[in-house]
Ligand binder design. Structure first.
Ligand code: PHE
Length: 306
């Protein structure tokens, strides 16, 4: 077409309009055909795309994963709520603790053999990762300047030099309880612990207190609950004894009261310390403590609650 248009100059005056018109008609014809073909191809491409990207609206939807509370957190909150209901308040203290609060103010002077009960991670000569939540007994008593009542529970992480296995962890949790006032007695401790055991493990649980030793309580006890897995078929939880050890407790030692500014002639109190991992393991039949810390969603999702 371009060649023909270029040659127009060589034509005579008469031929020029005729050929010009003809050339225009031919050009329009060709352009029209190209447009038509283009539309056809575009339609074919769209058709192909639509059939490839077809959406089946009847397929089931994809579920977005929803998180949940960690089992350990649920157990701790449950215990906290129970004690708040009995008039206790929550206290929290440092995980990096001084030797003074972790041991000395709990009636465990340097070189006391009972320090061996708790192998410690020392950061310097006088500073360590707390081996239990009991230092909060001394810290809370001090903060009350010799005047009761003191009624707290303290949940938190503690650290011990243990080799990790199914039942030991170098880091775990404790919940400490402390109640100091005039005329607090061992029978008060027993009453509170009975309420606790029945709330957490079921109304048909019984408790028993066995004599034990802790330097910061006198007398000291360990609490057992009646075994709830012996269905008459032998039992690997309580080894057939009928009892499971749950926690340590006792009456606050007069030395501890005195060192923290309370007069043992006026005030008395009880303290207890429990391990929420152990409670959860017994309650839900969990065999390895490491499940609490390894964030395997197959484990965690079994304890989802609304
Ligand atoms: N602190 C003790 C432990 O870790 C538990 C305990 C707390 C015992 C309070 C008596 C009173 O083993």
């Amino acid at each position: 077409m371009t060649e023909i248009m270029k040659g127009m100059g060589k034509l005579s005056k008469e031929e020029r309009p005729v050929i010009g018109q003809l050339a225009n008609e031919v050009r329009q014809g060709i352009t029209g055909l190209i447009e038509e073909k283009k539309k056809e191809l575009e339609a074919a491409i769209l058709e192909q795309k639509l059939s490839k990207e077809k959406i089946d609206v009847t397929l089931p939807g994809r579920k977005a994963p929803v998180g949940s509370h960690h089992l350990l957190g649920s157990v701790i909150r449950d215990v906290q709520d129970l004690f708040i209901g009995m008039g206790f308040s929550i206290a929290e203290g440092p995980e990096v603790e001084t030797d003074t609060y972790n041991f000395e103010k709990l009636n465990l002077p340097k070189n006391h053999p009972a320090r061996d009960m708790q192998d410690s991670f020392y950061l310097s000569e006088d500073i360590l990762l707390r081996t239990h939540t009991s230092p909060m007994q001394a810290r809370t008593l001090e903060a009350h300047h010799g005047r009761g009542p003191v009624k707290i529970i303290c949940p938190g992480k503690v650290y011990r030099r243990d080799n990790d296995d199914a039942t030991h962890s170098h880091q775990f949790m404790q919940i400490e309880g402390l109640y100091v006032d005039r005329n607090v007695r061992l029978s008060d401790l027993k009453g509170v612990l009975t309420v606790f055991a029945k709330h957490v493990f079921g109304a048909d649980r019984e408790i028993r207190l066995r004599p034990s030793f802790f330097p910061f309580t006198e007398p000291s006890v360990e609490m057992d609950i009646s075994c709830f897995r012996c269905g008459g078929h032998g039992c690997n939880v309580c080894k057939g004894t009928g009892w499971i050890e749950i926690l340590g407790a006792g009456m606050v030692h007069p030395n501890v009261l005195r060192m923290s500014g309370f007069d043992p002639a006026v005030y008395s109190g009880f303290a207890f310390g429990m391990g929420p991992e152990r409670i959860a393991m017994l309650k839900y039949g969990i065999e390895d403590i490491r499940h609490f810390y390894t964030d395997d969603s197959r484990f965690l999702s079994q304890f989802k609650r609304s």
